[in-house]
Design a protein. Structure first.
Length: 363
């Protein structure tokens, strides 16, 4: 196969982010993907660019990624909405947290929010996070890959990588000589570099998501008090401990299941809802139905409807670790890169330049 400057292993958003920024710098790129198209976490998510609710280096990556998403949507032609995120408060302690968030983030507070068909009478107020975006995850990553192919990136689909060595990537379809490599295989870091995965304590997070029919329009993404427990910007709010204590007392099973009660609307009007989280090194294949029932019940309550009609159900899997990002050098001129915190869509396009600044200077 033709020699290239960089081989990227994995065509999810993390891999494509590295390919995109490498091409922008004038280097040649080949992407190797084991499936015939991206089918992992990058297409099984909410399509939610949750920039405002990040903190620390994740916030820096997120805000940088936002500009890249806007640029890519224009150039690749995929659907993107700059409609923000509405975080609703259904209890006084949640409302206090939103006011505290407004002291550290650019958000707009509402006393009596309305958003299309949100009809939960317990909603006391909300905060709009105006910089957040939505894309359709079922098309966005594929559109980015198509744009990169038009820009000269070579894609090797349905191709497994056997080994990554200095200057060479061996695949099931032949060898690719290269100057450097990025291995962006999400939760499968242990399949390539088990010692790194063990050292960084990488697990697989299994989440459960559903798509349901809906007749109204809800333009922003919608988060709830359960979401406050899962996004780092809220951890800066002194009132979060009270929210956590109350939810744990009132809804122990939901907190134990790691519920992030939220939803986004797809272009066809249906809602992507979820999601619960379970952590392990090996994913259990069994799906207890009552977890989906809990998500459906809580979402219906938020929408003010008696029931929801399920159109699809699926399981997502992403890498999880104590640190939110993995960047390691398993062999010279190679980086293993993974977003180990469930925010790959939000941060990958900002993470990739930092990785490449370090890697490409070695060429």
């Amino acid at each position: 196969m033709t020699s290239v400057d960089l081989v990227v292993v994995g065509a999810g958003i993390v891999g494509l982010a590295h390919a995109w920024h490498t091409v922008q710098r004038g280097f040649s790129v080949a992407v190797v993907e084991r499936d015939e198209h991206a089918a992992g976490a990058s297409v099984r998510n909410f399509g939610h660019g949750c920039f405002t609710a990040q903190d620390g280096v994740a916030y820096e990556y997120a805000m940088a990624a936002r500009e890249e998403w806007l640029k890519l949507a224009r150039e690749a032609g995929f659907w993107l909405r700059e409609s923000g995120t509405l975080v609703v408060a259904r209890h006084e302690d949640e409302l206090r947290v939103l006011h505290e968030l407004a002291e550290v983030r650019d958000v707009e507070l509402f006393n009596n929010p309305t958003s299309g068909s949100l009809n939960d009478p317990s909603i006391l107020g909300a905060a709009l996070l105006p910089l957040d975006i939505r894309v359709n995850p079922r098309e966005a990553v594929h559109s980015i890959a198509a744009l990169l192919a038009r820009r000269g990136v070579t894609f090797h689909w349905s191709t497994n990588v056997l080994t990554v060595e200095p200057g060479l990537v061996r695949t099931t379809r032949g060898e690719i000589p290269c100057r450097a490599a990025v291995v962006a295989v999400g939760h499968d870091v242990d399949r390539f570099f088990p010692d790194i995965a063990a050292e960084r304590q990488i697990q697989r997070c299994q989440l459960r998501m559903l798509r349901v029919a809906h007749g109204g329009v809800i333009d922003p993404a919608v988060l709830t008090g359960f979401s406050m427990l899962r996004y780092d910007a809220f951890a800066r709010c002194p009132g979060l401990d009270a929210v956590r204590a109350r939810l744990t007392h009132d809804h122990p099973e939901l907190v134990e299941a790691g519920l992030n009660l939220m939803f986004t609307q797809l272009p066809d009007g249906s809602l992507t809802i979820g999601d619960t989280h379970h952590y392990s090194r090996t994913v259990d294949p069994y799906r207890p139905e009552h977890l989906d029932d809990l998500v459906l019940t809580e979402t219906a309550r938020l929408l003010g409807v008696p029931t929801l009609r399920v159109l699809e159900r699926w399981r997502g899997i992403y890498a999880s670790a104590p640190e939110p990002f993995l960047t390691a050098t398993p062999v010279p001129l190679t980086r293993a890169v993974s977003v180990t915190s469930g925010i790959g869509m939000t941060t990958a396009l900002g993470l990739a330049p930092a990785v490449l600044d370090d890697l490409l200077q070695e060429l």
